[in-house]
Ligand binder design. Sequence first.
Ligand SMILES: Nc1ncnc2c1ncn2[C@@H]1O[C@H](COP(=O)(O)OP(=O)(O)O)[C@@H](O)[C@H]1O
Ligand SMILES: [Mg+2]
Length: 306
Amino acid sequence: MLERKLLFFGGKGGVGKTTLSSAFALMLADRGRRTLLISTDPAHSLSDILGVKGEGIFRVSDNLFALEIDPYGVVKEYIRNALESIEPAVSPDVFERIREAFHNVQETPGTEESAVIEELSKTVLGHYEDYQHFVIDTAPTGHTLQMLRTVGRVGKWLEELLRKRKSAQRFWYASGREREDRAIEILEDRRRRFNLFSKILFSKETTFIPVLNPERLPIEETDRLVNSLKRMGLSTEVLLVNKILPENTRDEFLLVRKEQERKYMAEIEKRFGDLRLVKIPLRERDVRGVEELRELSVELGRGLGV
Ligand SMILES: Nc1ncnc2c1ncn2[C@@H]1O[C@H](COP(=O)(O)OP(=O)(O)O)[C@@H](O)[C@H]1O
Ligand SMILES: [Mg+2]
């Protein structure tokens, strides 16, 4: 667990991904490991939970750094860069049509996920030696799976684009118009990066940590998530069951809820028996700031047995 370089936290909205990924990252940092906590969720709450804000990569505590990737901003930047690399290679009217197409792409599902992967791969590979761990707080399940699938898909799309660009280049040379093809250079750079990133994603360096609450909907969603991850060949070993109700209560209301929770816990054990289940108690209050996160991180370390 502690040897993993990339640790993705995923699950349904509200189950505690941001809280637990932050606590986990802090646990690593407190053990002297330089850690970068990255949020890819458009609904950013990392800086709220950490109680620290900053542009780009910002420092949270001694060894803990954080980064919020903004998918909207990234898509704009992504399209701007793509258009810049295409413009010198095509005629103005073709360029105009391509630009229109890109604007439609902006609205297409999957674009933001590609942009997030673009940014995430750049960050991880660009800082690979600077941090011992990258802890990634992802968007709710559907987005995350789409994002991971994108790595493979964009790779294929780039192969195809490169092939086309190369045959176009041969044509230019044949017609005597020698030109340096920056587009090919950019595409090749991107392909190299995606290949490298996907190698890391699907290796022992990466693990995916689903978070859920002992309730019906999160169980169903986690079931789909875990199965998809398995099918994709991504590693999962731990499941965090968050917001466990206190054992010793005389409160009627809580007793009924606790009884329901027992049933759901049994269901979780049945369905995810091959994963290591770590239970995190429901706390009296929301967790905010490094000091409170630290309490949770100690609990997390105990639960994980590390
Ligand atoms: N163990 C816990 N005890 C009490 N409150 C929690 C716990 N885990 C998370 N919360 C609270 O639940 C809410 C949702 O948590 P958050 O980490 O933002 O979820 P997600 O990132 O999955 O949407 C927050 O208000 C957070 O403070
Ligand atoms: Mg969150």
